[in-house]
Structure formats: structure tokens, C-alpha cells
Design a protein around this ligand. Structure first.
Ligand SMILES: Nc1ncnc2c1ncn2[C@@H]1O[C@H](COP(=O)(O)OP(=O)(O)OP(=O)(O)O)[C@@H](O)[C@H]1O
Ligand SMILES: [Mg+2]
Length: 508
């Protein structure tokens, strides 16, 4: 996280400056009170009025400083959260595809949203706010010693219990918070299933069972929230009690000091104001420390992600005339071995038809080539300018044209209409589309158009026609067989006529 603070050092200097000025002003309130109380003894109304005016100006300035300090610590926390999100996006762009596949995008989505909010509020903000309160606390203690040494000793004695609370409560508060967070995660997962599977449980008339499932996680969340709140209010109440003891204790002791003429009334009023400036940071310490400890864990998560060293190492490049070269490959998933000592060379000059039963590893073979899956043994080489038309593609929010060109600012319209034509897309170029608005077949055709527009030298096409009717399938296959570019083609629907158009058939 250090790099983020270094990057915003000017803002941090500004925040520190305003924090020091504001702390001085807040502590200065007590001096003002002493001056005002002492001035009541002087029998000069005009002088008193001037003084009142000065006090008014002082509080105007204090309000201005307050505004700058408070807004700048909040803004700086938001800016740091933004910097972390930017950095994470760059990091994600460098992740090897197989890691994104493994780690799943939901994890990164929570890091970019809810976890980032936590980082801002519980980590960055708590550092600046806690830092400010510490400055205020130190100033107030120093000034109180300057005003009256003996009474300050009593203040120090009376704040000891408050100093201990954060340390005794900290671990339990933190554990409770973690439990709530965990239950919240479970609740969110259950809630997501409840919503996403809604059509299924409704169709199967299982409303009661699924509402009961939802209720369980919902109730567990509430139980933990109640437990957490009960304990945290115990701590808050103790804090409140000790704050009162400190505040009124100082009045009682101060009253005695006035009786024995060791203190003036003005000093006592100033002192009680100082005690407020001392006890407020103490009062807030428990919650700031526990929040910060939680926030630090979140910060650690971000740190691990951002400093994660596994970069997308370049897949080895195959020689000029090769599209992909797999040597002695072994791929195992927990329950089965898909490839063992498998070798194959895809030559750019040839067209391959890949066939095989469902689940036999056709898609896995392509994913290997495009680094979406890591092989246990063996090596994978890929040629230059090779494209992939995956079995399942993604449609971005935007026009069809933007989806095909992937939001390019300059468009080759000739090439675009050619790609649309070959893919048999019937949607107009400027129609708004999205991942949920296109049919399975349209998505597959869009995916092909994208790869064609990108001008690759060779294509790996996975089940392009699985969601298409026979007529459209035949048309697209005919178009494809007439393009200049060669390709490897996975298909479930093959026959003698289709097979004869390929140079080699690979059966998995
Ligand atoms: N990341 C993964 N983790 C565990 N198992 C996986 C993973 N990816 C694929 N598999 C399994 O490997 C097998 C092969 O999957 P693959 O998608 O390559 O099959 P396919 O031949 O393309 O099938 P289809 O014709 O149905 O598309 C399947 O049994 C699948 O469940
Ligand atoms: Mg497949």
C-alpha cells in the first residue's frame, strides 16, 4: 500500500497541515474560554465587546479549517480507493487467462466494489481520522499540562481506564466483526442462488424449500449482527461511563482546587474544555482501532493481488508456418485425465476438423493453446496472429459494430460488412446489443465476425454452429470454407461432405 501513499504525497501533506491547524484550533477553544471567563471580571463593556468580536472571527476561521480538514481526509480516502481500483484493473489485464478462469471474475468484482468501499472507509479514512485525533489528543494533553500541572496528573490517571478499553475489547470486537462478514458472504451467496435459480424452483413448485434455505442464512446473519452489536454497545457504554467520570471528575477535583485557591474559575472552564478534546479521541479509539484492524486485512488482500508476481508469461512462439504446436501434453482434472503424452502440430497451411463426444476435451484443447488452462506436463507453442472463436463468447453493452470492432475508434467499413456477411448476422450494425439480449446463435455469429474483422492469419473455431438451425449452419460453413484464412474447426455436426473439405480430421 506504501506506493499509493507516496503517489498522493502532496495531498497527504495538505491533510496533515489542516489536521494540525484544526487540532490547534479545537484545543485553542479552551484558551478562548479561559480568556472570556477571565474577561467577565474586568469592568469594561467595550473591551468585552471587542473580545466577543475576536472570538467570533476565531470561530469563523475554525469553521473554515474544519471544512477543509474534514472534506480533504474524506476526499483523499476516496482518491486512494480510486488509485487502488485503477491499479487492480491494470493488474487484471496482466493476469494470465488461466488464472482469471480459476479465480473467477466475481472475486475481482467484489474487490472493485464492496471490498474497495471497505478499504476506503475502514483503512484509508481511519488512518487519516485516527491520525487527526491523535494530534488533537497530544495537543490537548500538552496544553493541559501548561494550564495546570497537578490537575493534568489527575486527567492522566482518569484516562487510563479508557486507554485500556480498546485493547481488551479489540480482539473480541474484531472476531465478532469477522463472523458477521463471513455470515454476510454466506447470506449473499444464498441470496444470489435464490434469485438466479428462481425460475427453476418455481417451475418445480419448491417455493417453501427455497424460502426456508434463504431464511436459514438470513437468520444466521441477524443472530451474528445482534451478538456483534450487543458487545460493541457494551464497549460504547463503558467508554461513555469513563468519559463522564473523566469529565465530572475534573469538575469535582477542580472545584476543590478552586476552594484551596490553587485554580481560577477561568482555568477550570478551560480545563473541562480540554478534557473534551482529550476524551473524544479516547472515546473513538476503540471503534477506530477495530475498524482499522479489519481494514488492514482488506488492505492486505489488495496488496497480495497487486503485488502478485505471476505475470502473463508469453506463451512460446511457434515458427512462421505453425498455428499451434503441442508437445507431450498432460492435462488432468480432479476426476479424469483428458490428455496424456498428447502431441499435435497445427500447420497454418491446413484446415482441421476436430470431432469427438461431448466432454472428451475438444474445448480444453483450444483453451490450452490460448493459455486458459495450464497443462501439467509438456509444452505449448502458438504461432503469430492466431485468433480464437470460443464456444461461449461475451457481448458487451454497445452497438453490434462496437462489439465486432471491440470499440475501435477507426473502422474499416469494407472489412466490417464482409465479416457480418460471412457470419450471416442479420442484425443492423448500429443496433444496441448486450450479453442478455442476443440469442445463443447470434452470439456465436458475432464471435465469428469479431475474429474475421481482426484479420487473423489462422483461426481456432469452437462449436460455432451448435446453437444454429441446419439451414444457417450450412450457410455459415459454406461461407467459412470459402474464406482465404485457414482454421481448425470443432464440430458436433459433421458428415462425409463436410469432412471432405478438411485436410485432416482429429478425433478426440
Ligand atoms: N476447469 C475445469 N475443471 C475441472 N474439470 C474441467 C474443467 N474444464 C473442463 N473440465 C472437464 O473436462 C472435460 C472436457 O471438457 P471440454 O469442455 O473440453 O469438453 P468438450 O469436448 O468441448 O465437450 P462439448 O462437446 O460438450 O463442448 C469435461 O468433463 C469437463 O467437465
Ligand atoms: Mg466444448
Amino acid at each position: 500500500m506504501k506506493q499509493f501513499f507516496v503517489h498522493r504525497k502532496i495531498e497527504i501533506i495538505k491533510v496533515t497541515f489542516f489536521s494540525i491547524i484544526l487540532a490547534a484550533a479545537i484545543v485553542g477553544n479552551s484558551i478562548i474560554l479561559r480568556i472570556v471567563v477571565n474577561a467577565t471580571k474586568v469592568d469594561n463593556v467595550q473591551k468585552y465587546l471587542f473580545l466577543s468580536f475576536d472570538v467570533f472571527i476565531f470561530f469563523l476561521v475554525e469553521a473554515l479549517v474544519y471544512y477543509h480538514q474534514q472534506s480533504s481526509i474524506k476526499i483523499l480516502s476516496l482518491q486512494l480507493g480510486y488509485d487502488v481500483r485503477e491499479q487492480l484493473a491494470v493488474r487484471i489485464s496482466k493476469l494470465p487467462p488461466y488464472l482469471l478462469e480459476e479465480k473467477k471474475s466475481e472475486k475481482y468484482l467484489t474487490l472493485l466494489t464492496t471490498q474497495n468501499d471497505l478499504l476506503i472507509d475502514s483503512y484509508f479514512y481511519k488512518i487519516f481520522w485516527g491520525g487527526y485525533l491523535l494530534i488533537q489528543f497530544i495537543f490537548a494533553v500538552l496544553v493541559s499540562f501548561a494550564v495546570n500541572f497537578l490537575l493534568s496528573i489527575f486527567v492522566v490517571l482518569l484516562i487510563v481506564p479508557q486507554l485500556i478499553i480498546p485493547f481488551i475489547g479489540k480482539i473480541k470486537l474484531e472476531n465478532n466483526k469477522n463472523l458477521v462478514l463471513q455470515n454476510n458472504e454466506n447470506y449473499m451467496k444464498e441470496g444470489q442462488e435464490f434469485l438466479e435459480g428462481e425460475k427453476i424452483w418455481k417451475n418445480f413448485a419448491q417455493e417453501k424449500r427455497f424460502i426456508a434455505k434463504f431464511h436459514d442464512s438470513n437468520y444466521r446473519l441477524l443472530e451474528n449482527q445482534i451478538h456483534e452489536k450487543r458487545f460493541s454497545y457494551k464497549i460504547i457504554t463503558l467508554n461513555d461511563l469513563f468519559s463522564n467520570l473523566l469529565y465530572f471528575g475534573i469538575w469535582v477535583i477542580g472545584g476543590y482546587f478552586i476552594i484551596i485557591a490553587h485554580l481560577t474559575m477561568g482555568e477550570l472552564v478551560a480545563f473541562t474544555q480540554l478534557v473534551v478534546a482529550i476524551s473524544f479521541p479516547m472515546y473513538s479509539a476503540t471503534s477506530i482501532i477495530t475498524d482499522f484492524l479489519g481494514g488492514r486485512k482488506v488492505a492486505q488482500k489488495f496488496k497480495n493481488e497487486i503485488e502478485f508476481s505471476e505475470n502473463a508469461e508469453e506463451i512460446k512462439k511457434a515458427s512462421q508456418d505453425i498455428a499451434a504446436y503441442l508437445t507431450d501434453i498432460t492435462v488432468k482434472f480432479s476426476n479424469k485425465t483428458l490428455f496424456e503424452h498428447f502431441s499435435f502440430k497445427f500447420e497454418k497451411s491446413k484446415r482441421y476438423l476436430i470431432i469427438g463426444e461431448s466432454g472428451h476435451g475438444k474445448t480444453t484443447l483450444f483453451k490450452l493453446i490460448f493459455d486458459e488452462i495450464k497443462n501439467e506436463k509438456g509444452s505449448v507453442e502458438i504461432g503469430t496472429n492466431i485468433g480464437y472463436v470460443p464456444q461461449q463468447s461475451y457481448v458487451f453493452q454497445g452497438t453490434l459494430e462496437q462489439n465486432i470492432t471491440l470499440f475501435a475508434s477507426e473502422i474499416d467499413f469494407e472489412k466490417l460488412s464482409q465479416a457480418i456477411k460471412i457470419s450471416e448476422l442479420t442484425i443492423k450494425r448500429d443496433v444496441q446489443v448486450g450479453n442478455n439480449t442476443l440469442s445463443g446463435g447470434e452470439k456465436q455469429r458475432l464471435s465469428l465476425a469479431r475474429a474475421l474483422y481482426a484479420d487473423y492469419d489462422y483461426l481456432f473455431i469452437d462449436e460455432l454452429t451448435s446453437s444454429l438451425d441446419q439451414n444457417s449452419r450450412q450457410k455459415i460453413e459454406e461461407n467459412l470454407l470459402n474464406i482465404k484464412v485457414n482454421f481448425a474447426y470443432i464440430s458436433h455436426h459433421y458428415n462425409q461432405k463436410l469432412s471432405s473439405k478438411f485436410d485432416e480430421i482429429i478425433e478426440l
